[in-house]
Ligand binder design. Structure first.
Ligand code: 3HC
Length: 690
């Protein structure tokens, strides 16, 4: 074996030269890895004994893409062309894939003549999720292999496609036995030699792209079908344009188009925000005082208290991950209802092809119901998901303390209540933690893990690991009203309401926030949820706009009217009735309604959020600014291409945010007091996120 550089070995196995890359954790295309590929190809070509070459990786995965941290940084280095070296090789090159071949990793594999993979491997071009497009020839090579339609789907979704499916699509030439990748790849290379197969290059395979030439409707239909999903994002459109180039331009010209569009995205604000989000999510798992080697508590069974929407959704997460769950309810009919909703959810997913009918049964088989809390005596973790009332929660935790085995984690899904107070009724507050799921809990990615005063490090470490296992993105927060997400949301909601009393209409406020990139504005959201949540007809006395609307039976989408009027297709229209109600309220309050600009609406809604984020950091309720952003992007619809409130505040300029807060403070009082941390950051010329 010859070491070619710190991350690359070359060895001859029979008549096959094997290049092995070893650059943990994911063999990303750092400069040494790129150099290693070029050195490896050169070694294979120079080795008279080698008639073919295999490119393989050590560790958990094949190359998982370019080194994201290094993207965009200018380097004065000797230019190298490892992709070209692979493609120009005069001896056949076989990529041997395990783990994931993603982004630049798959692009490298596409420069090889052949690709083999173990069945558990996955391939994808996920650059779109970083606000980018594949910039190493992938946009021109993939459509040549799989055709434009599949390339559109793969590149704009960034999906990691299982190897068997890649095999069907033609991305992978052969599947080899799990655990025997090296042998399988070498055997495949020998077969290529024995059969004297040509040095097939993906760049020369033109049938599928030529067939799509002169059919712009393929792209028009794709754009139309996905317009809602792509709204606000630049990268999907740029990926589409590259595939159009693959169809309409010769290969080399297509590569130039790809390069031009790649550079444009890479230097833009969206990709910077999305790359930040990638690392922010991973950073959120790192807890300074909870080291990596903190002992974990094995969680093999979970109990859930409450079979309502939340409890059912939470249960599904565990069943999806293969962890048995017992759901405890008080009444049989509530339990039956809860279980049947879960089944319906699974069946709906199956009817759309997301899972198989067998998966439905398997997952339902992992979920059992009980009316007896003693069923929780043996579980490793309990998550309470009942009504938000302190007395009920205290009662439950008192019982859990008596029933659950020593060492079990006792979690509450509260979104508002003081977890220290809940923990105080147990003899083991170190076992108590908050796991704040978001509705619908089987869909929403975010998990706020709430650390109470006495929560043990093991319980925290286990909860963070478990979150990843069930497909959640977790952030650790402290106990404070609303925790991090809802506390910041409170600022925006308050401002939206106040702006109405100053002359802005709900649809103006919603439009500004929607155009900013939120999926919907606060008033459209209220209409969707129902204005009557928490509203009691008998107690209503027309004191608020909501009271007035509900009294007119304008209780939201379900009644055909709320803040908005809804037509038969549930399309919202500004409502003259609501407008009149608001105008009357404003007139009664003696305020002179004024014209409020879109810019002011945005600042009034968002600056206080940044300010609250600063207060949260100041109080230590979030570990770092990027955790706040992770929460807002994954739980509250903050557009990822705008990075989250703290990142956004930095981009706007913290001095500008502070000046805005000072103005609001002077005009409207202490609710708007600038956070001391914000003042400090500005005084020191610092940013939250960089
Ligand atoms: N560059 C730099 N670091 C990377 C990386 C990459 N491409 N991919 C993963 N890492 C790092 C992570 O930051 C993390 O570091 P940490 O331990 O210090 O936090 C570590 O590798 C492990 O990553 P995960 O925690 O995400 O591990 P998982 O096992 O859960 O997932 C993975 C592995 C599926 C490979 C996932 O990391 C992933 O999706 N990575 C990104 C893949 C990607 O987007 N590739 C395209 C890059 S852009 C590109 O290639 C441009 C080209 O077209 C020119």
């Amino acid at each position: 074996m010859t070491a070619l550089n710190a991350v690359t070995d070359y060895t001859l196995d029979g008549e096959v030269g094997v290049i092995t890359l070893n650059s943990p954790p994911v063999n990303a295309l750092s400069r040494p890895v790129l150099e290693g590929i070029s050195l490896g190809v050169a070694a294979g070509l120079a080795d008279d004994g080698a008639k073919a070459i295999v490119l393989i990786c050590e560790g958990r995965t094949f190359i998982a893409g370019a080194d994201i941290g290094g993207l965009g940084s200018r380097r004065e280095e000797r230019p190298i062309d490892p992709m070209g070296d692979l493609e120009r090789s005069t001896k056949p090159v076989v990529a041997a894939i395990h783990g994931t071949a993603l982004g630049g990793g798959l692009e490298a594999a596409l420069c090889c003549n052949y690709r083999v993979a173990v069945p558990s491997a996955r391939c994808g071009l996920p650059e779109v999720n970083l606000g980018l497009l594949p910039g190493a020839g992938g946009t021109q090579r993939l459509p040549r292999l799989v055709g434009p339609q599949k390339a559109l789907e793969m590149m704009t979704s960034g999906a990691h496609i299982p190897a068997p499916q890649c095999h069907e699509m033609g991305v992978i030439d052969a599947l080899v036995e799990e655990g025997k990748l090296r042998e399988g790849a070498i055997a495949f290379a020998r077969k290529v030699l024995a059969e004297n197969r040509p040095l097939r290059k993906v760049r020369d395979i033109n049938e599928k792209v030529e067939a799509a030439r002169g059919h712009p409707e393929i792209f028009a239909a794709f754009r139309k079908a996905n317009a809602r999903k792509f709204r606000g994002f630049l990268a999907p459109e740029y990926n589409i344009r590259c595939i159009e180039a693959a169809v309409n331009e010769p290969f080399d010209q297509g590569i130039q188009t790809e390069q031009r569009l790649f550079r444009e995205l890479l230097s833009g604000e969206q990709s910077a925000a999305q790359r930040y989000a990638f690392f922010a999510e991973r950073q959120a798992n790192k807890i300074p005082d909870v080291p990596d080697d903190t002992p974990l508590i094995p969680v093999n069974t979970v109990g859930i208290i409450g079979a309502g929407t939340m409890g059912g959704g939470i249960a599904m997460n565990f069943a999806n991950a293969g962890i048995p769950v017992v759901i405890v309810e008080v009444k049989q009919d509530a339990l039956d209802r809860g279980l049947s909703v879960i089944r319906k959810n699974y069946e709906r997913t199956a009817s759309r092809g997301g899972i198989t009918a067998a998966d439905v049964e398997k997952r339902m088989g992992l979920i059992t119901g009980s009316l007896d809390m003693n069923a929780l005596a043996t579980v490793d973790m309990v998550i309470e998901a009942v009504f938000e009332r302190m007395d009920i929660k205290k009662d439950i935790f008192t019982k859990l303390d008596a029933i659950c085995k020593p060492g079990a984690i006792l979690a509450t899904n509260t979104s508002a209540l003081n977890i220290d107070e809940i923990a105080s009724v147990t003899s083991r507050p170190e076992a108590v933690i908050g796991l704040h799921f978001f509705s619908p809990a089987n869909v929403m990615k975010l998990l706020e893990v709430v650390r109470a005063d006495h929560t043990s490090k093991s319980v925290i470490a286990t909860s963070m690991k478990l979150a990843k296992k069930i497909g959640k993105i977790a952030a650790l927060v402290g106990v404070c009203p609303g925790f991090v997400g809802n506390r910041i949301l409170g600022q925006r909601q308050r401002e939206a309401q106040k702006l109405m009393f100053e002359g802005a209409m709900p649809w103006d406020i919603d439009r500004v926030l929607y155009d900013f990139g939120f999926p919907m504005g606060p008033f459209a959201m209220s209409d969707l949820a129902g204005l009557d949540i928490g509203w009691v007809k008998e107690k209503s006395n027309g004191e608020t706009i909501r009271d007035a609307l509900c009294e007119l039976d304008r209780r939201g989408q379900k009644t055909g009217a709320g803040y908005y009027d809804y037509d038969e297709n549930r399309v919202a229209h500004p409502s003259p009735v609501t407008e009149k109600i608001i105008q009357d309220f404003v007139a009664k309050s003696g305020v002179n309604a004024r014209t409020i600009t879109d810019a002011e609406i945005l600042e009034r809604c968002l600056y206080p959020m940044v300010n609250e984020g600063a207060k949260i950091l100041e109080e230590g309720m979030a570990i770092r600014a990027s955790d706040v952003d992770v929460i807002w992007e994954n739980g509250y619809g903050w557009p990822v291409y705008r990075g989250g409130p703290m990142w956004w505040g930095d981009q706007v300029g913290l001095d500008k945010v502070l000046a805005g807060m000072k103005k609001m403070h002077a005009e409207m009082g202490d609710l708007y007091k600038p956070a001391a941390l914000l003042e400090k950051m500005v005084a020191e010329g610092k940013n939250f996120t960089r």
